[in-house]
Design a protein around this ligand. Structure first.
Ligand code: ADP
Length: 436
């Protein structure tokens, strides 16, 4: 590992190809003791007090050339911050097409870093994603029989990742098999040396148990580039700790320093129609104040944003829920009348405007349900970076949004649709220190 970077500079620089994937990765790094900041796109300002930085891009399904350009811009910025190892994060179901973007982005980063071999491992056994003899399983099904073969943007019709990655890469793709991974980091390093001799530049790595992820992480100590799902990042913080580069006591709780100074009011915004969110909304409705945003009324031009803000103001002594969440048949009806995209856009716009209005009312602690919804709200609030705090539920950390000067300006819990227990909203408000 190079030792010529400034003291206190981040160690690990990550580039994630989507927003909630970035949060998932950041959550993982914090769990393993790294102080982690997630940025929304490539920031202008430098980061402070972080061991890892995750740049969240939206590059999974854009044209490969653009994904490469954005990823290289992120790399240059992370290098300028002093990072000494880089991680390219993609989905645990290897979401991509023959045109990219995993292969082209990985190869462009390798070239820029002078890296002659990088592993590619989407596995995360704890979440049912395993790779064996190069084949990706989603629980008990091969990737191409898991439902992912019908994905609208990145249909995965081949479970053999060596073949999948080869089709989108210029260099030679090889395999680090389960037998080598099972024998530990030294065996993996020997296999990597053999693959280099064969001219392999990207190596799919098997992992069938979470322990394999730690083995792979350890084997990648000092390598300039690692690529994979959030699982394989579990093994990387240990390398920095062993090199005594990580001061990790209380990394997650310290991330929320400054939270107490924010005004106490909190609120929940739900733009997700996923099953878990439906249960969470129903649970809230039985106990606490809530107002529904009806997309058809939005389409008619009703000022539901004003109504929601008045409602919140009338209940200023407690947290309210503003939600568009509806049962699948209701969503279908709305989508048939308005079109899928238009309906989604209307709801996202409305909830973003509600978020802005609530901030003006002094609400500084927000729980947001929905991946796309979270992206829209974060953009509307002009959030540039998030300090990642303790996990509320698997995959969802409490975060503190910071402005360009590094000052906290609101606390956020961003939940993708199917995450969280039925009482998640209350739990998240508590984690954000909101009065409710
Ligand atoms: P999830 O994480 O559950 O997929 P997202 O926020 O990513 O949630 O996506 C949900 C999409 O559905 C958003 O675009 C949102 O605006 C839209 N939506 C939410 N409620 C409704 C509804 N009642 N009718 C139609 N579309 C809706």
């Amino acid at each position: 590992m190079a030792h010529d970077t400034p003291r206190g500079a981040p160690l690990l620089g990550c580039i994630a190809d989507d927003f909630t994937g970035a949060t998932d990765l950041a959550n993982m790094l914090v769990r393993e003791g790294m102080r982690t900041i997630q940025t929304i796109g490539v920031p202008e300002a430098p980061v402070r007090e972080a061991d890892a930085v995750v740049v969240a891009l939206k590059s999974r399904t854009i044209p490969a050339g653009e994904a490469v350009a954005q990823s290289l811009a992120a790399l240059r910025w992370l290098q300028s911050q002093g990072c000494r190892q880089f991680f390219f994060k993609y989905c645990s179901t290897f979401d991509s097409t023959d045109a990219g973007n995993i292969g082209p982005v990985a190869e462009a980063l390798q070239k820029a870093l002078g890296a002659n071999l990088a592993i590619a491992c989407p596995a995360f056994p704890e979440n049912g994603r395993t790779v064996y003899r190069g084949h990706l399983f989603v629980h008990d099904a091969l990737l191409n029989e898991s439902g992912m073969q019908n994905h609208p943007l990145t249909p995965m019709r081949d479970a053999n990742l060596v073949r999948v990655l080869q089709r989108q890469s210029a260099g030679k793709v090889g395999l680090i098999g389960a037998a080598d991974v099972g024998r530990g980091p030294i065996a993996v390093r020997e296999r990597m040396a053999a693959l280099r001799k064969e001219g392999v530049t990207l190596a799919i790595a098997d992992a069938i148990a979470d322990n394999d992820l730690y083995t792979l992480g350890e084997a990648c100590a000092g390598m300039p580039l690692v690529t994979g799902g959030s699982g394989v990042a579990l093994g990387l913080p240990g390398n920095f700790r062993r090199a005594r580069l990580l001061i990790d006591e209380g990394a997650a709780t310290r991330a929320l320093e400054g939270l107490d100074a924010l005004p106490p009011r909190g609120a929940v915004l739900a733009g997700s129609a996923s099953q878990a969110t439906q249960g969470q909304v129903a649970h809230w409705l039985a106990r606490r104040p809530a107002l529904r945003i009806d997309p058809l009324a939005l389409a008619r031009g009703d000022d539901l944003v004003r109504q929601a803000l008045d409602f919140a103001q009338a209940h200023a002594d407690q947290a309210v829920l503003i939600y568009a969440t509806a049962a699948p048949d209701e969503v279908k009806t709305v989508q048939t009348q308005l079109g899928v995209e238009h309906a989604g856009h209307l709801v996202e716009e409305a909830l973003s405007a509600v978020a802005r209005g609530l901030r003006e009312q002094g609400v500084a602690r927000l729980v947001i349900a929905g991946g796309e919804t979270s992206g829209a709200v974060v953009q509307a609030l002009d959030v540039r970076a998030l300090r990642i705090g303790p996990q509320i539920d698997p995959g969802v950390p409490a975060t503190l949004a910071i402005d360009a000067g590094g000052r906290p300006h609101c606390a956020l819990a961003l939940k993708s649709g199917n995450f969280g227990t039925v009482d998640f909203f209350e739990k998240a408000l508590r984690a954000l220190g909101a009065a409710h």
